[in-house]
Write a protein that binds this ligand. Structure first.
Ligand code: HEM
Length: 263
């Protein structure tokens, strides 16, 4: 009991202590943020699923260079997202959906990058312009509109929780990795049931008090968050294409050599 008490004190948002407050699907209504956000991003989700990068995952054909570049961009994005979530963790719109113990991805990405690039991975991280734009937006809303962070946290964390395990297995098979080493990003050891956790997360989103104006701002921001992700995926593919072209025409002067990108 003492251990339970301690956990509650240290992690007020712990999955196990909060199960009782989870809404059931029947209790949710159309005016719930979780329902509205899912509805407004539905079309964007389809577009995200159909980007070349996500199709490679779904076909079980993700290559090592693709995956390494993907991890680099995720690292930059989560670095800013989690920094802004931490900084704003007491903000009334952030506190209910702040689950660092269960969801934080930065540490997992650092581990995976070290696995793929080696100890000096920090010097080898390469990101396209779209990733920098995504990070810039995250910083901006962290400073100016922390109530919009819920849109970004939803887009990334609920997406990762929905596809994580499956994508991890696909990545492992596609790249011929023997174990799950290098794939910690896809695993959530602090979440015993992703579905139950998603339900808890939705209830917490629905408990955030927002004015009508703020609510429409959050919904708009969620569509933007998906769009920023899509642009990152498309930019990563372009970067890879330029590498392949360079390999074909070694005399090319304007493309990016694979060696320079450590792919
Ligand atoms: C949920 C598939 C990519 C964000 C889901 C669900 C599936 C899925 C099956 C569960 C739907 C449900 O519970 O009703 C996929 C596939 C993808 C993909 C196959 C590509 C390989 C993405 C990307 C993002 C994303 C790139 C965001 C950048 C989300 C979010 C949810 C979700 C936020 C939670 C929806 C909600 O319950 O409100 N996805 N997804 N997904 N996905 Fe994806």
């Amino acid at each position: 009991h003492f251990a339970d008490y301690q956990t509650t004190q240290l992690h007020p948002n712990s999955e196990t202590t909060m199960e009782t407050e989870t809404q059931t699907t029947e209790q949710m209504t159309n005016s719930d943020l979780s329902e509205q956000i899912k509805a407004v991003t539905k079309e964007s989700h389809v577009r995200a699923e159909n980007t070349e990068l996500m199709l490679s995952f779904q076909r079980g054909k993700v290559t090592m260079p693709q995956h390494k570049l993907f991890l680099c961009s995720l690292y930059e994005v989560y670095k800013v997202l989690e920094e802004e979530m931490d900084r704003n963790s007491q903000h009334p719109s952030v506190a209910p959906i702040y689950f660092p113990a269960e969801l934080a991805r930065l540490g997992t990405l650092e581990k995976d990058l070290e696995y793929f690039y080696g100890q000096d991975w920090r010097e080898k991280v390469v990101v396209p312009a779209a990733t920098r734009r995504y990070c810039h937006r995250l910083r901006q809303i962290g400073k100016e509109n922390p109530e919009f962070l819920v849109a970004h946290a939803y887009t990334r964390y609920l997406g990762d929780l929905s596809g994580g395990q499956v994508l991890g297995r696909i990545a492992q098979k596609s790249m011929g990795l023997k174990s799950s080493e290098g794939l910690s990003f896809f695993a959530f050891p602090g979440v015993s049931s992703p579905n139950r956790f998603k339900q808890l997360y939705r209830s917490r989103m629905n408990s955030v008090e927002l004015t009508e104006e703020e609510r429409s701002g959050v919904l708009e921001e969620a569509v933007r968050a998906f769009e920023l992700n899509i642009q990152v995926f498309d930019d990563l593919q372009k970067l890879l294409l330029s590498v392949h072209e360079d390999e074909r025409q070694t005399s090319s002067t304007h493309s990016t050599p694979a060696k320079m990108l450590q792919l």
